[in-house]
Design a protein around this ligand. Structure first.
Ligand code: UDP
Ligand code: MG
Length: 324
């Protein structure tokens, strides 16, 4: 294996309109680094021309390009994990394909890694997303900070750098639903955050629906902490204490005033509220049980159709393979 200094991992899902612009900015930025580098694209089952464009780019720069082709859509984080398994660099950088993360920032991340950090997180100087996304993301950030021990100022930005050791540890994990920046954070010993630019999506539109964003945040919270379960049992304890007091009060009133029938609607309201809490708790429990179920089923996390790479020794040993 040839030693490579910097590996760049980019997940691609239906990005045909933006890929050329990405190539045009990414490669010059990396050429200017003055270090050996490799770019690993993962086609996450795109249904447009993305795979063909990636293959064309591979033939143009086979020395520094590798393309992992999934045979279906397994999600951004699975794509990045597959990319990690194909990296060789001492420093690994992740980047979005839609040019929201300017490739020109890569040298600054490399510089921070050189300064001795093993994880470089990023804060978007000025975030170019919808107001709803910005607001929801800030609220989730705060909730996550309380629930997990992970301190990330800006969880959403995927332009990040990881040390080889952190990557090797991530490669040893077999999690099904995960959030890579948080996973890496738990393994890093000397993390740092730097400010980076953030641009508007170059072309196409966001691949995340509201539902998927909610799912991702559940992964972030339930995947890294059991505090929600503990909160829930705390709420349950407090509620039973209150109901205990209520029973006593009602009993006393029964003797003082006889039977009372007023306040049925209050009773309804309280009932609905409690049922709401119960269902929420059941759902929360389900989140964890579902996770356990997915882990114990132990199915392959993704399937690789083919890997385009120049190194014949590696290429020969990597036909359609199943990773788990
Ligand atoms: N992506 C992916 N698989 C998916 C969804 C997204 O590989 O199922 C890639 C996408 O091509 C992009 C990155 O993940 O490179 C971030 O996606 P997007 O820009 O849609 O997310 P947003 O910036 O809106 O959070
Ligand atoms: Mg984006």
């Amino acid at each position: 294996m040839s030693p490579v200094e910097v590996s760049v991992v980019i997940p691609v899902y239906n990005e045909e309109d933006g890929l050329q612009a990405l190539f045009d900015r990414l490669y010059p930025a990396l050429d200017g680094l003055g270090n050996s580098y490799e770019v690993i694209f993962i086609n996450d089952g795109s249904t447009d021309r993305s795979a063909a464009l990636l293959a064309a780019q591979f033939h143009k720069r086979p020395d520094v390009t590798r393309v992992v082709l999934f045979n279906g859509n397994f999600g951004q984080h699975m794509a990045i994990l597959a990319g990690f398994e194909h990296t060789r660099g001492r420093i690994v950088i992740t980047l979005d394909a839609d040019l929201q993360n300017p490739p020109e920032e890569i040298p600054r991340l490399v510089e921070a890694m050189r300064a001795g950090h093993d994880y470089v997180g990023t804060i978007r100087r000025q975030r170019n997303d919808t107001a709803f996304r910005r607001y929801a993301s800030r609220a989730m950030n705060r909730l996550r900070e309380r629930i997990t021990k992970i301190r990330m100022t800006d969880q959403g930005c995927m332009l990040r750098a990881y040390d080889r050791n952190v990557i090797d540890t991530i490669n040893a994990c077999r999690e099904v639903n995960t959030f890579i920046p948080a996973l890496a954070y738990t393994f890093a010993s000397n993390p740092i955050e730097i400010e980076v630019g953030h641009e508007q999506r170059h072309a196409g539109e966001s691949k995340y629906s509201l539902y998927q964003l909610i799912r991702l945040n559940f992964d972030l919270v339930t995947g890294f902490s059991i505090v929600p379960l503990q909160w829930f049992s705390a709420i349950g304890t407090i509620l039973s204490l209150f109901s205990g007091v209520l029973v006593v009060v009602l009993l006393v009133r029964r003797f003082l005033f006889g039977s009372e029938v007023q306040g049925v609607f209050t009773l309804f309201a309280m009932n609905f509220f409690l049922i709401g809490i119960l269902l929420f708790g059941l759902g929360l429990l389900g989140e964890y049980v579902g996770r356990i179920y997915q882990e114990v089923r132990d199915r392959p996390r993704y399937r690789i159709k083919a890997v385009l790479e120049a190194d014949p020794a590696r290429a020969a040993s990597a036909p359609a393979q199943v990773e788990r």
